[in-house]
Write a protein that binds this ligand. Structure first.
Ligand code: BT5
Length: 316
């Protein structure tokens, strides 16, 4: 949304305000005010008009302008009803030089998990990718994945769902059933971080976040859960806003990210098996360290794991 349209919307929200008064206030023509009001109506905002002026009556349920309206974080929102992958779209946006854009979609038809695994993203979820240009060396980028996991967990908790984080990038809900497939909980959300840069400086980072929101878990891969299944449908507009706001609060403070991550972790204190590129690491997960490594106490001493798939094991 451009700045004038945003200013018109804010004024309507505080309305009623007449067209001429608004034109004066914003230093634009009355015709321009009228065009902005019509565009907002076209985007689903209900705007009444009578002799006292224009007033905002309701905000659309979801969509770019709806998420931007009332958002307390500096993100522009680009919304798609359907897109291949929000990460792919975000990479295109990043290539134009943009920063702090959240690409949001109702549905993705070709979304990806890590290592090119398939990610299922039907209509009704929260599928978003953040375009960022942090002032960080590439080696520090994984901390942004942890920040996204904390932000997602907090948004889910505010929606009444007791989410926790499994290292490195899964947000899950502990299942009542303790069967082998449910050990370590049911997956509510996943995060895929991608970047481009040189040895000492990041050019851009895309943090892709997929949350099973208003979906039936039975329509998702085995082991998945959804906000709907856990506690009923959520207001996706509010959910995305809280996600972006919380991420924005955390992103510049690695120590705070780490502390918040530890507090919400389902992995610390567990016996784990981590499949890494160099083989398997088994032991107790004792801590997380910058930029996002898991510290595992094994029979042969403490091992620092930077990447891999982590499984929570039964206690010995
Ligand atoms: C992830 O990968 O968990 C990262 C997922 C990131 C998805 C977001 S959505 C917005 C953005 N755009 C994209 O294209 N991607 C990002 P990984 O840890 O590799 O887990 C993938 C595995 O999770 C799959 O192999 C399935 O077993 C399982 N899975 C697939 N879809 C799922 C879903 N909707 N909910 C839970 N589990 C799912």
């Amino acid at each position: 949304m451009n700045d004038t349209r945003r200013a018109v919307l804010d004024a309507l929200a505080d309305g009623p305000v007449t067209g001429p008064a608004l034109a004066d206030e914003l230093g634009v023509s009355r015709n321009a005010v009228w065009k902005h009001v019509e565009a907002l109506r076209g985007a689903g905002f209900e705007v009444s008009s009578d002799d006292t002026g224009y007033a905002l009556e309701s905000v659309p349920e979801f969509g770019g302008p709806a998420v931007e309206f009332g958002l307390d974080a500096p993100f522009e929102v680009e919304y798609h009803e359907s897109v291949g992958s929000t990460n792919d779209r975000a990479r295109q946006v990043a290539a134009t030089g943009a920063a702090d854009v959240a690409v949001v979609a109702d549905e993705q038809t070709g979304s990806r998990g890590r290592l090119d695994r398939e990610w299922s993203a039907p209509s009704g979820g929260v599928w978003t990718s953040l375009v960022l240009r942090p002032d960080l060396p590439p080696a520090h980028v994984p901390v942004l994945t942890l920040a996204a996991a904390v932000a997602t967990t907090d948004a889910a908790r505010e929606a009444g769902v007791p989410a926790e984080i499994k290292w490195p990038n899964d947000v899950l809900v502990e299942g009542e059933d303790k069967s082998a497939t449910a050990r370590g909980g049911h997956k509510l959300a996943g995060i895929l971080t991608e970047m481009e840069g040189e040895a000492d400086r990041v050019s851009w980072v895309v943090v892709g976040i997929g949350v099973n929101a208003n979906l039936d878990a039975e329509d998702l891969p085995e082991g998945a859960t959804s906000l709907r299944d856990e506690n009923g449908d959520v207001d996706r507009r509010r959910f995305v806003q809280r996600l972006l706001e919380r991420f924005d609060e955390l992103r510049d403070d690695p120590e705070e990210i780490l502390d918040a991550w530890r507090d919400r972790s389902a992995t610390l204190g567990q016996r784990v098996r981590v499949e890494t590129a160099d083989g398997e690491v088994v032991g107790e997960a004792v801590d997380v360290a910058l930029p996002g490594a898991l510290l595992v106490e094994t029979e042969d001493g403490r091992v620092r794991v930077h990447a891999g798939d982590c499984e929570h094991l039964r206690p010995e």
